[in-house]
Design a protein around this ligand. Structure first.
Ligand code: PMP
Length: 316
């Protein structure tokens, strides 16, 4: 079955130009193509039927994370935050999306001898594309803890959202699928729980929400941050701390979070059933609340950037 992501949009954006999809090409002799040397973000855009509007979610937080990634990579931005945010929005509008979508912003290293040049001796560029997004659902996942460890911070920091880091999570995800699971949970080199290949992880024990901390080897996800920010409003206590693998086996609920998938229930880990094997009450509550947040149904309008309303929003 093809996912919605295989749909081809009309326009992309490459180094300052709007280009037809077929013309959005990068040369084979770029550090981006050869070594995966790029920093990127995927920003969600949710369609609201009520408002007849497409809302980008937490653009500022995504641009902050992009800036942190570029800093660690010593990758100088070719465009300002304002320009990138404006382009992301324009691209969605040009493609005429009236459905859930996402924009991928990629800042890349161009041509130059691989690895040997200082960063300011290698040209950089930016490309962006937008595509329809997965439809979020409460369909649960069966995951394993797998054979591949999460990259350690001292080698290739997972908090850096670099294309090259995705070799690590791809190995874990592909192995999980070959072994008959939907996905993997990566553990770090101390054996503590990190995250899924493309999603952060939470568990619920005795009514308390728990998620591995920022030093456990995770990507600091915007959806994860959002749940930490709103948990108090929903009367939930949340703790960031180390999580043992066996805690996943005895948790009342386990779920994952990501821009493209929202909140997803995890129904078994290493074939240990989680709770009663159905999405739990906290998972359901957060799933619905998050979908409402994305569509301007609950009060955090400062996190939303309307695509079709004309005024350019405040500074990014
Ligand atoms: N972990 C990894 C490794 C990811 O690639 C993603 C997706 N960006 C996430 C977690 C979830 O982050 P976010 O909520 O910002 O999409």
């Amino acid at each position: 079955m093809q996912s919605a992501n295989h749909t081809v949009p009309r326009f992309a954006w490459l180094d300052g130009e709007v280009v037809e999809w077929a013309d959005a090409r990068l040369h084979i002799d770029t550090q981006c193509v050869l070594g995966g040397l790029n920093a990127y973000e995927v920003i969600g855009a949710s369609w609201s039927e009520e408002d007849e509007e497409l809302y980008l979610f937490r653009v500022q937080a995504h641009l902050d994370r992009l800036a942190r990634t570029m800093k660690v990579m010593r990758l100088a931005p070719a465009y300002s935050r304002q320009e990138m945010a404006g382009m992301a929005r324009t691209l969605l509008a040009l493609n005429g999306f009236r459905e859930n979508a996402f924009v991928r912003i990629v800042v890349y290293f161009g041509s130059g001898p691989l690895f040997s040049h200082l960063p300011d001796e290698v040209p950089t560029g930016v490309f962006m594309f937008a595509k329809p997004a997965h439809t979020p659902s409460l369909q649960g996942l069966h995951v394993c803890t797998g054979i591949w460890q999460r990259l350690p911070d001292l080698a290739a920091p997972p908090r850096v959202k670099a294309g090259a880091n995705y070799q690590n999570v791809r190995l874990a995800q592909v192995q999980a699928r070959i072994d008959g699971y939907d996905d993997a949970v990566l553990l770090n080199s101390s054996g503590k729980v990190c995250e899924l290949p493309l999603e952060n992880l939470f568990l619920v024990r005795d009514g308390v929400l728990i998620t591995p901390g920022a030093t456990s080897g995770i990507l600091e996800g915007i959806t994860r941050r959002t749940l930490l920010d709103v948990a108090g409003d929903l009367g939930l206590t949340v703790v960031e701390r180390d999580v043992d693998r066996s805690e996943l086996y005895v948790a009342d609920e386990v779920f994952s979070t990501a821009t493209q998938r929202g909140v997803r229930p995890i129904l078994s880990v290493d074939r240990y059933q989680v709770g009663d094997g159905e999405p739990g009450p906290v998972t359901r509550q957060l799933y619905t609340y998050f979908q409402d947040l994305l569509r301007n149904r609950v009060g955090r309008p400062e996190w939303l950037t309307p695509v079709y309303r004309s005024a350019i929003p405040a500074a990014y």
